[in-house]
Design a protein around this ligand. Structure first.
Ligand SMILES: Nc1nc2c(c(=O)[nH]1)N[C@H]1C(S)=C(S)[C@@H](COP(=O)(O)OP(=O)(O)OC[C@H]3O[C@@H](n4cnc5c(N)ncnc54)[C@H](O)[C@@H]3O)O[C@H]1N2
Ligand code: MOO
Length: 404
């Protein structure tokens, strides 16, 4: 076979990503208990059934008064009662009377201000108030945060800690959400052994799945390690079949280049639903993407070189997970930085060089840029993006950088 028939033209990064984003679907909504809703996306509009706060209450520990009665302070007034937070009585104060009141306690009818305990002698039967108070002082009015019927969280809100608090605060126990995508990672390679077990000759510890699973979690998915499959297409298909039951997405690593033992390509190629391309990027050139199984689960066949699989995740899988989560797919966030040394990049490929970004807006490329040099990736905190048509950049050039 001639070289030209073996090697197809390269596909652009943007084209490959566009196809991925056309293919993946927003996950169907699911009702979840609040305890399980962190990191999901709201699929319903959440209204507050009641005003928040639900009733007028005190913002401070002190005395509920009529401001008019303390205008001539210092004054001494009788304390007719004590109101704590949670007190269900409907107290009323008349002219010249006060109650002790605690933060969060309902304001007695007739009171129009709260005097903080610090402005008083702290008396329990009678209290001497040393200074006047403005009307409404230290009072939290009903509905001051939210009116009854207000939308507190719109559809599409990413649920973080504050949003969970608001859901509970409006009385919700369950909520309709787009769940976190379940992502299964299958590593392929006869040389791979589990970390923590002894290495034989020619073997290496499997590392890609750990990085990928962690990246999945950071990207809002749930990651499952499906272990290692040696270079055997049949075993790979068996493992894939078993994993499809619990997967919204499958990621494979390895077995997609030009070697004699490429199980992923060998197994998936004949299905006709996964295509393998050379994508014009460095690292991460060999890529497979498509759908598998009855449910047409998206599958990313990422290259095995550790840095390549990680960069491929950032460029292709992360945006897809955002779409599946029901979040807007935005271009990957980049910042501008000035490079501290000259850079080189292959003609016609988009490079993602590993660099160290500092607070002063400088980015220093790390020394080792090989796609097998995982430790160098771990020393970096940014990917320097060099466009396809740029092959060299001088020191001091402005570059776009993806912070990691
Ligand atoms: N003749 C050619 N050879 C290669 C080409 C090419 O175009 N022509 N492309 C190179 C590029 S670029 C990449 S990237 C790799 C991709 O190879 P595969 O996806 O088939 O991956 P493997 O061959 O299985 O592994 C590559 C490399 O990475 C190590 N590896 C794989 N999986 C893991 C893992 N889970 N944890 C740690 N390390 C892993 C593996 O041992 C290999 O060293 O192909 C080039 N070759
Ligand atoms: O594209 Mo490979 O990903 O350079 O190492």
């Amino acid at each position: 076979m001639s070289e030209t028939s073996r090697v197809s033209p390269m596909r652009s990064v943007d084209e490959h990503l566009a196809e991925i984003l056309r293919t993946v679907r927003v996950l169907a909504p699911l009702e979840l208990e609040l305890d399980h809703a962190l990191g999901t996306t709201l699929a319903e509009e959440v209204l507050s059934p009641i005003p928040l706060p639900p009733f007028d209450n005190s913002a401070m520990d002190g005395y509920a008064v009529r401001a008019e009665d303390v205008r001539q302070a210092p004054v001494t007034l009788p304390v007719i009662d004590d109101v704590a937070a949670g007190d269900g009585r409907m107290l009323v104060i008349g002219p010249g009377m006060v109650t002790r009141i605690m933060t969060g306690a309902p304001l007695p009818v007739g009171a129009d201000a709260v005097v903080p305990v610090e402005w008083t002698d702290g008396g329990t039967a009678r209290v001497t108030i040393s200074r006047p108070v403005q009307e409404r002082h230290a009072i939290r009015r009903a509905g001051e945060d939210v009116h009854a019927g207000d939308v507190v969280l719109p559809v599409g809100t990413a649920i973080g800690p504050a949003q969970l608090g608001v859901l509970a605060g409006v009385g919700r126990r369950r909520v309709l959400v787009r769940p976190r995508p379940r992502v299964v990672v299958i590593s392929t390679g006869a040389e791979l052994v589990e970390p923590g077990t002894p290495l034989g000759t020619g073997q290496i510890w499997e590392s890609n799945s750990y990085a990928l699973i962690a990246a999945v979690r950071e990207a809002g998915g749930q990651g499952y390690r499906a272990g290692i499959v040696a270079d055997d297409a049949t075993r790979f298909l068996d493992q894939l079949d078993a994993q499809l039951l619990r997967a919204d997405v499958v990621i494979t690593s390895g077995g997609v280049s030009m070697g004699a033992y490429e199980p992923v390509k060998e197994a998936l190629g004949p299905l006709g639903t996964v295509r393998f391309d050379r994508v014009a990027m460095q690292p991460g050139m060999p890529q497979g993407f498509g759908v598998v199984g009855e449910d047409q689960v998206p599958l990313f066949a990422l290259p095995g070189n550790p840095v390549s699989s990680f960069v491929s995740f950032m460029v292709f899988v992360r945006p897809a997970l955002r779409k599946m989560r029901g979040l807007p797919v935005e271009p990957t966030r980049t910042v501008r930085a000035v490079t501290t040394s000259a850079l080189r990049s292959p003609q016609g490929k988009r490079s993602h060089l590993r660099g160290v970004l500092t607070a002063d807006g400088a980015v220093a490329p790390v020394q080792r840029q090989g796609s097998h040099q995982f430790a160098a990736l771990a020393a970096a905190n940014a990917l320097i993006v060099v466009p396809e048509d740029v092959t060299e950049l001088p020191e001091g050039a402005t570059v776009e950088v993806i912070p990691l």
